[in-house]
Ligand binder design. Structure first.
Ligand SMILES: NC(=O)c1ccc[n+]([C@@H]2O[C@H](COP(=O)([O-])OP(=O)(O)OC[C@H]3O[C@@H](n4cnc5c(N)ncnc54)[C@H](OP(=O)(O)O)[C@@H]3O)[C@@H](O)[C@H]2O)c1
Length: 229
């Protein structure tokens, strides 16, 4: 079993941490306010959970999940993430994050921006297009008839393989949407984003197969491209 580090341990980071610990991984939680503020969450998760600073979570994790407001991406420590698979769960919402010109222009995807900030890391976009309650509710054992798939995007084949194996262990099949440059296919505004796993009011979510997700990524178009007539 691996150690999974978390930079950001809120709705989405905390949910992935619960699933990871349930699958037998050790989890290291971190946030901006300090380890002492994560004691309750670690206690709920159980003996496989510990708390630390973002540097400690990055240092100790074999795989590290970044799940913070995108505006804070420059706080993610680069040195301890060198060579590691980093799962980028973040989304760009200008009304929340402030405007970032490269993202507004569509020159880069938000995961490319994180990859540029972490040049030694192997960024994989993932978990960004599923509501955290649905993520918790839809996990199923390998081979279950109603198992759901999650989208990832990656440039590095080894990191892609490591994340696929991790997702399988926590209850999900994987569909690759493309490279980081193509990860707009799962960004806000795409057909693969928002409500894919059912309405937010349905606590447990609605299963979505790999075949259905593949259809969603075919339907999408680059940001800014004109709609089909
Ligand atoms: N909510 C969802 O269902 C969902 C689903 C998919 C993707 N996302 C995306 O995932 C990201 C996180 O969303 P969320 O809903 O999990 O947010 P959240 O519940 O507000 O949690 C954010 C976490 O990030 C931490 N954080 C904030 N600034 C930080 C910094 N500078 N360094 C380290 N940690 C920091 C926060 O800790 P402090 O409180 O100590 O600052 C908190 O633990 C966003 O980009 C969001 O768009 C969300």
């Amino acid at each position: 079993m691996a150690t999974i580090g978390f930079i950001g341990s809120g709705n989405i980071g905390g949910t992935v941490a619960r699933l990871a610990a349930a699958a037998g991984h050790e989890v290291v939680l971190s946030n901006s306010r300090g380890p002492q503020t994560l004691a309750d969450l670690a206690g709920e998760i159980g003996p496989l959970a510990s708390t630390g600073t973002p540097v400690q979570a990055a240092d100790q994790g074999d795989i590290v999940v970044v799940a913070i407001p995108l505006r804070a991406y420059r706080d993610v420590p680069g040195a301890p993430l060198a060579g590691k698979a980093v799962i980028d769960a973040n989304n760009y919402y200008p009304q929340r994050d402030g405007h970032i010109s490269e993202l507004d222009s569509g020159d880069v995807t938000s995961s490319e921006l994180l990859q540029r900030w972490l040049p030694g890391a192997r960024v994989v976009k993932g978990f960004n297009n599923i509501y955290y309650r649905h993520l918790r509710g839809l996990a199923r054992p390998h081979g279950a008839a109603d198992r759901s798939a999650l989208l990832i995007a990656a440039d590095d084949p080894a990191a892609q393989a490591a994340v696929t194996e991790f997702l399988d262990g926590i209850g999900y099949d994987t569909v690759v949407s493309g490279t980081l440059a193509q990860s707009w296919r799962q960004e806000p505004g795409s057909a693969a984003y928002g409500g894919v796993y059912g309405p937010f009011e349905i606590e447990g979510g609605t299963p979505v197969s790999a075949a259905e997700l593949r259809g969603r990524i075919q339907e999408t178009r680059p940001p800014g491209a004109p709609a089909a007539p």
